[in-house]
Write a protein that binds this ligand. Sequence first.
Ligand code: ADA
Length: 564
Amino acid sequence: MYRLFQTHQIRKSITLPALWDLSIQGEKVTKIPVPSCVESIPAYSNYKGACTLETTQHFSGDLKLTFKGVGHTANVYLDGKHLGGHYGAYGEFSFILKDQKEDTHTIRVVADNSYTEDSALHIDNDYYSYLGITRPVLLEQLNKAYIQWIHITPVYTEDQWSLRISANVENISGESLDLKLRFYLSTSDNCVQNSPDVVGSIDLAVQLNASETKEFSCFMSCPQVTAYMPENPVMYFIHGHLTDASAPSEGQILDDLIERFGFREIKVSGDQILFNGVRMKLKGFNRHEDYAEFGSSVPLAAMQRDIMLIKDTGANCVRTCHYPNDERFLDLCDENGLFVWEEAHGRGLNEDRMRNPHFLEQSRLSITEMITEHYNHPSIFVWGLLNECASDTAYGRSCYAELIELIRSLDRSKPVTFASNKLLADICLDLVDIVSYNIYPKWYKNTPCDEFLAGCIEYIRANGGAGKPIIISEIGAGAVYGYRTNIRCKWSEEYQLDALDEQLSTVLNNPECSGVIVWQFADCRIDEGWFANRPKSQNNKGVVDMYRREKLSYAKVKEIFQTV
Ligand code: ADA
């Protein structure tokens, strides 16, 4: 089980070896766990470039090989034959392996984290693009057709919940198929058709031509279900079962997929964000996927510890800056009732960078993968994109407009936002449902927080953001862990505490703000090109360091989050 719940009872997974052979520049280096980052190997902690990861496995028939994340450009080979490539460390991709003969097969992945002209989103940046197979790999046995994904949209009308359920089914056989898709709504991921856990079901006819992929949808009404709320995060499961149309209901199931979700709706009403009708007041943290020596391949126990620390402060929200996260982290957020702002990949791209010929195509891919894979997480309340890009130029605006439309075409059930640092020059605020600003009074600017915030709000209201909710999506100050001094100067833990005290109190006491998200939860590694105002080659604005040791500010943020 690679998620925090069972995703299949029927489809069989083949376990791949835990250790794969790693070679760099043609030389065998060592065996390395998958998932992990190459930088975890001491001799390669500063290596940038290509590496090869290889494993063997015995299998036959039709299979699906899925990579949950490879940093950042991948080329995959089966028995020496190129299956295909993929760009972007934070998206899932897969290959259908047809008619494999009973044998031991070799899977080889060439991963590369170098910054080339072909890479529009992974650039020298204020976080680190790690190398390797950084998220899980799955190998699954398929039948003649399989369910690619199921998207579940809860709808609340006239005091009653119903669901819109859509599923994509792919026929991998060379013949047309007459199938049936049955959805069961259940309180459990482990159920049989007639068990008391099943609270509803619905059948769909599925006709597919040879090699065709098609989307099928239906509505299901759901009386007497419990809503998902952060303080009571009750979740349900949709089991999709694919059978031959002629098969009896208990007949042989060709494929299944189980998805978890919660009954909740997110609405923007005037300047408020409503979660199941309750006004959201966000108190949160920006969090990079980066953990001391593990890099971006954060172990599950460490993810859980982050969630516990975040909740311990009284925070209710996490922003997955600046890319889609490992779905196990999202699963944990779902279980812990934390609101999530999930963001497509993209940070700090100026107009020149947005004019990279690959920018739009790579951004579209990141958005599409994020929404396809993460659609059902009840914790996700907003989709974000393009943090601090050129939202102050006409060309930048055309990119924002196109990509925001793409998000809406993939999911109309959640609002859209982007985090802007263009302050009094942003020209894209009319495009989004929620306006979000990254502001650093008391750090990059010494202006008093209230004055700074008031100036931004005045600009927002007059420039496309009238009547919309406002989130302060970043605010904070740097502190080098352990540097304490009576002079309370910048980079000291004392200065960070003082700055966050004023910053957070100002935003949380401003009735026009729907909340604040601290930059940032934990310190993270950065590219060395950023060394000039980044001691230790880290972004030091965490309230804990890379080992999650608390700085003085941690207790202050906790005090504010629990009282204001
Ligand atoms: C930005 C950006 C972050 C980080 C932060 C900082 O607003 O979105 O990624 O770079 O500022 O530390 O300056």
